[in-house]
Design a protein around this ligand. Structure first.
Ligand code: ZN
Length: 123
């Protein structure tokens, strides 16, 4: 990850924070990797914003909802990954998956024994 480097004199690279308005060095602003640019509010102001969000009475509820949406969106990818990496399952999960497979195989065998084949010629 390459961050933009400052080759000019440091004082030439001051950026004014959108919130507090104080001109500061670029390194005092969070760098947004996805957008390849610096956030408009300085790190101190951003920290205060996040603190305020965490103190909101609905914070826990919001986090739960966000996690619910996120995990629902990721579910197909997670299931596919688990299918492709059976060895990476945790031991308990692996044991239950094996037990489930054994139960299903047994149920299938029992069904084959009790159900007469419907393709048998009538006698
Ligand atoms: Zn600021």
């Amino acid at each position: 990850m390459d961050y933009p480097t400052c080759t000019m004199s440091e004082t030439a690279f001051l950026k004014a924070c959108k919130k507090c308005g104080i001109p500061q060095l670029l390194e005092r602003f969070p760098f947004l990797k996805a957008e390849q640019k610096y956030r408009g509010t300085c790190k101190a102001c951003r920290a205060a914003e996040l603190r305020a969000l965490r103190r909101h009475p609905d914070h826990a509820e919001r986090m739960r909802e966000a996690e619910r949406v996120r995990s629902q969106r990721r579910r197909p990818a997670i299931l596919q990954w688990q299918r492709e990496h059976p060895d990476n399952m945790r031991p308990g999960r692996q044991r239950r998956a094996a037990a489930r497979a054994a139960r299903q195989a047994a149920a299938h065998a029992a069904q084959l024994l009790t159900t007469p084949p419907d393709n048998q010629p009538l006698s």
